[in-house]
Design a protein around this ligand. Structure first.
Ligand SMILES: [Mg+2]
Length: 297
């Protein structure tokens, strides 16, 4: 009995020793009980200390396990991101603007600020709606069911309100932030003003970067095809160009256009991001046509 308690005291007094297993305490208690004698206050203190040690030991172990669990979770998340980067290297792609040197600033001044015309539907956004008469989904074939739109707008069509669900092309906000610093931005859409002006308001989101707008009434129409008159926006074609998903839109100005893939809904689309390095460089040219005409039509 004494030998057992002395062993317990030595274990307890060592701060670096591991938690004492409960069965050690139970053995002591069992022997004490069988002998029928009472424990001295010191021995009771040791037992109490052991018990407390065990009581404290429980949460300590839990705490260590919890910390290890969190560490493991972080490690797995890191590993998962590394694998994603290897499989799809552009997963975390963004664009970092490099500060301009004095020489670049001079070149930019000489080139002059340019006008970038942006198409709206299938270039920056995609919209779909329910036909109020047939309740048929129009334009939603590529949108997965129950996908929440970025915003909705209500347009009166023949005195009947139609709710449009509008989906923003991935990275459109970041794209607009960058290009608005580099160019004067103009929205030019073949859509009706009553619809498009609301969409553009939402897209602008109070930034004041999409103030100049041209709509269907500003388009040219021939052989039932609508095209856009870039001279209406800016007569200086050295400093004007358009990004549009529809080649018909810029058919009269092929040297002033950058085509972009039609976007009907793909959450992994990165076409706007991919354009940023090119657009960053294009602002240094005196005549955009010298660059854009090199593209194969
Ligand atoms: Mg379009």
């Amino acid at each position: 009995m004494v030998m057992h308690l002395d062993q317990q005291e030595r274990i307890t007094s060592s701060s670096s020793s591991p938690a004492v297993p409960t069965n050690t305490v139970l053995k002591v208690q069992a022997k004490e009980s069988s002998s029928g004698s009472s424990l001295s206050s010191r021995k009771q203190h040791v037992l109490l200390a052991l018990t407390q040690r065990w009581t404290i030991g429980g949460p300590t172990l839990l705490c260590v396990a919890e910390k290890f669990g969190k560490y493991l979770k972080r490690m797995l998340a890191n590993l998962s991101n590394r694998i994603k980067d290897i499989v799809r290297p552009d997963t975390n792609f963004t664009y970092k603007e490099v500060p301009l040197s004095a020489e670049s600033e001079r070149a930019l001044d000489e080139a002059g600020r340019k006008t970038l015309i942006l198409d709206l539907d299938e270039t920056l956004v995609h919209s779909c709606y329910n036909d109020p008469e047939t309740n048929e989904h129009i334009g939603c074939s590529m949108v997965p069911p129950n996908t929440e739109p970025n915003f909705t707008i209500s347009v009166d069509v023949e005195e009947m309100p139609v709710i449009f669900q509008v989906f923003k092309r991935p990275h459109v906000d970041l794209f607009l932030d960058f290009v608005a610093k580099w160019y004067d931005i103009v929205i030019y859409t073949a859509s009706l003003e009553v619809y498009a002006s609301q969409v553009v308001d939402q897209l602008d989101a109070g930034r004041g970067i999409l103030r100049r707008r041209f709509f269907r009434q500003h388009c040219r129409s021939s052989t039932n095809v609508l095209s856009k008159d870039l001279c209406l926006v800016n007569r200086d074609l050295r400093r004007t160009f358009i990004i549009d998903n529809s080649p018909n839109a810029y058919r009269d100005y092929p040297e002033n256009a950058i085509p972009i893939k039609t976007w009907l809904y793909d959450p992994n689309d990165k076409e706007l991001l991919k354009l940023l390095p090119f657009l960053d460089a294009l602002r240094f040219t005196k005549d955009v046509r010298t660059i854009l005409s090199r593209r194969a039509h």
